[in-house]
Design a protein around this ligand. Structure first.
Ligand code: ADP
Length: 400
């Protein structure tokens, strides 16, 4: 009997343990669902924010012809489009992280250049919020094998946060120091600070100290997740410290310095060459008429001769008469997509040597591989940087 009682107690214990486990799992699911709902609300809000000024500025440009007004409307559009593009890039990075599709492109770079790039990215926000920025980098070159683009993104994210979470007119300090086996990058600000219980969790996806939609400065709550991920992919660490709300914050990134044989320096293109290049004959193919028309006006402004097609079939038809030096081809078009158009161009002896550039919303490694297989020379993700595009076009134009 004593044994039966013991077994019954064991059963009861196991049932309670199961029940507790199930409750925990259910709670975790509910939390995940709630975070997803919050995130979607934040996302809609953050995407809508830049749309309002873009729409206002475009309206103004149509009605007010004064040069100053047009100029400032244009600047608003540029700034907001850049902001939207960054949101989308961050979102894509998060999805690449969760599917394990991020590859580092390690090359030997001077850390001072990486910091300079990051500062350039964040400077407009720092200036708009009238902060003082102090940067300390070692006087000697600090050559290090990293993915310069990703580490610049890390530093820019930290600087942007420092600018966002510091009331106007604050101070931001950024420093880089080199020890024997690692470098340390610090970003400190005089801002709103971080509560001690949030210091670890702010690196988690979608976690924000202030989730009110009416807060002054927004974001998607993924910047620090990307920071942590990119740093850890380099074998480094990142941690946050703060003396508490209102007392500023500091983020410290360390990256190991790995002794390796010298690598080839990364190739760099020279956008300055682009502006001086000669005009080229270009065919722009995009089913989105606004995209095609704005791109062709832009290219004409830079002295190129431009024809436009709004479908794959139309492009092929135009190519029977017009022989361009460059074709800018959208990929996702109804009817015949860009890959098919590219394959047909490469198979046509009259035009097969054109410079073929994919301009597309798809930027994954697999998309780039598909476009290379279809015969594209270059793959650029919308919205393309016009300086880069021009220098790519002219680099080829000058060689021939
Ligand atoms: P986002 O800035 O888009 O909200 P992040 O992942 O970059 O997302 O940051 C997560 C949260 O961490 C922010 O919402 C903010 O509450 C807090 N945070 C980040 N950087 C700072 C900082 N420098 N000072 C104070 N709080 C910060």
């Amino acid at each position: 009997n004593a044994r039966a009682a013991l077994r019954s107690r064991q059963w009861q214990y196991q049932i309670r343990a199961h029940r507790a486990e199930r409750e925990r799992a259910e709670q975790a699911l509910r939390d995940a669902g709630r975070r997803k709902d919050e995130f979607l609300a934040t996302l809609a809000h953050e995407l809508r924010n830049p749309l309002a000024p873009i729409s206002n500025a475009a309206y103004l440009m149509g009605r007010v012809k004064k040069e100053g007004t047009v100029q400032s409307a244009r600047e608003i559009i540029e700034r907001q489009v850049w902001h939207l593009a960054r949101l989308v890039e961050d979102l894509l990075d998060v999805s690449r992280i969760s599917t394990g599709k991020i590859d580092l492109r390690i090359g030997r770079v001077d850390l001072a250049d990486v910091v300079r790039n990051a500062v350039e990215t964040s400077q407009p926000l720092i200036d708009r919020r009238r902060h003082q920025l102090e940067v300390h980098v070692p006087a000697d070159r600090t050559l290090i094998d990293i993915d310069g683009t990703r580490i610049a993104q890390v530093i820019a994210n930290l600087l942007n946060n420092a600018a966002k979470y510091t009331p106007r007119g604050g101070s931001i300090w950024r420093s880089v120091s080199r020890e024997a086996d690692h470098v340390t990058i610090r970003a400190r600000d005089s801002g709103i600070g971080i509560a001690p219980d949030l210091l670890d969790s702010i690196f988690d996806m979608f976690v924000q100290a202030d989730t009110r939609l009416e807060r002054e400065i927004g974001g998607l709550g993924i910047g620090l997740t990307l920071v942590k991920h990119f740093v850890e992919m380099h074998g480094g660490t990142v941690r946050a410290t703060s003396d508490g709300p209102g007392r500023g914050s500091e983020f410290v990134v360390t990256l190991p310095v790995v002794a390796r044989p010298p690598l080839q320096p990364e190739e760099s293109s020279d956008p300055a060459r682009a502006a001086g290049g000669r005009g080229l004959r270009v065919l722009v193919v995009d089913d989105n008429r606004d995209s095609a028309d704005s791109m062709s006006s832009l290219l004409r402004t830079f002295g190129n001769e431009v024809a436009v097609a709004n479908s794959g079939a139309e492009a092929l038809e135009q190519l029977t008469e017009y022989v361009p030096e460059v074709v800018l081809l959208d990929i996702g078009m109804p009817g015949m997509n860009g890959y098919e158009v590219a394959r047909r161009i490469r198979a046509d002896p009259r035009v097969k040597n054109v410079l073929l550039i994919a301009i597309t919303g798809w930027g994954q490694v697999s998309d780039r591989m598909l476009s290379r297989e279809a015969g594209f020379d270059q793959h650029m993700v919308k919205p393309v940087n016009i300086d880069t595009l021009l220098s790519v076009m002219h680099a080829r134009g000058n060689v021939e």
